[in-house]
Write a protein that binds this ligand. Structure first.
Ligand code: GDP
Ligand code: MG
Length: 162
């Protein structure tokens, strides 16, 4: 089974997307020590696709704006394992310096990446999605993990890699 990692700075909606893709099915909490300590993984389903999915989490999500060493290591470990990286940004907040830091991690890895502009529902959602072009990681896919919008476009974007 292919592995997909959801990465991005705190508060962009990674866990919301994880929960939506995994549903009630199998939301494993991974308690292994070290870099994997506070990440979660599960089996996702989207349309006809099934894949293993990793949510990069972290207690340091309580400290917005900082990218701790632990979060960086956890993100790098998840990217390493992934066949495809889902890189989330917040379409409402636009692109912040922390997003650039994560973009650099993905770029350096050379892994296939799909850029997702989350929180794109309703008015004002699209502005940040356009902003995300500046990351140089291709066309952002507008999405609302919370409202379940754009899931068909997400499926279309990830299908070639899985
Ligand atoms: P994470 O830190 O990247 O895992 O982000 P979370 O999944 O914990 O979400 C952070 C906040 O963004 C929460 O308050 C979510 O309810 C909210 N959120 C997640 N997805 C969406 C979305 O599609 N639209 C809006 N408006 N809010 C969202
Ligand atoms: Mg989270």
């Amino acid at each position: 089974m292919r592995t997909v990692a959801i990465i991005g700075r705190p508060n962009v909606g990674k866990s919301t997307l994880f929960n939506r893709l995994v549903g009630q099915k199998l939301a494993l909490v991974d308690d292994r020590p070290g870099v994997t300590r506070d990440r979660r993984e599960g089996e996702a389903e989207l349309g006809h696709l099934s894949f293993r999915i990793i949510d990069t989490a972290g207690l340091e999500e309580a400290e917005p704006g900082s990218l701790s060493d632990r979060m960086r290591r956890q993100t790098e470990a998840a990217i390493d394992e992934a066949d495809l990286v889902l890189f989330l940004v917040d379409a409402r907040a636009g692109i912040l310096p922390a997003d650039e830091t994560f973009a650099e991690l993905v770029r350096r890895s050379g892994k296939p990446v799909v850029l997702l502009a989350n929180k794109a529902e309703g008015r004002g959602g699209m502005a940040g999605a356009y902003d995300a072009f500046s990351l140089g990681l291709g066309d952002p896919v507008p999405l609302s993990a919370e409202h379940g919008e754009g899931m068909g476009d997400l499926l279309e974007a990830i299908e070639p890699f899985l």
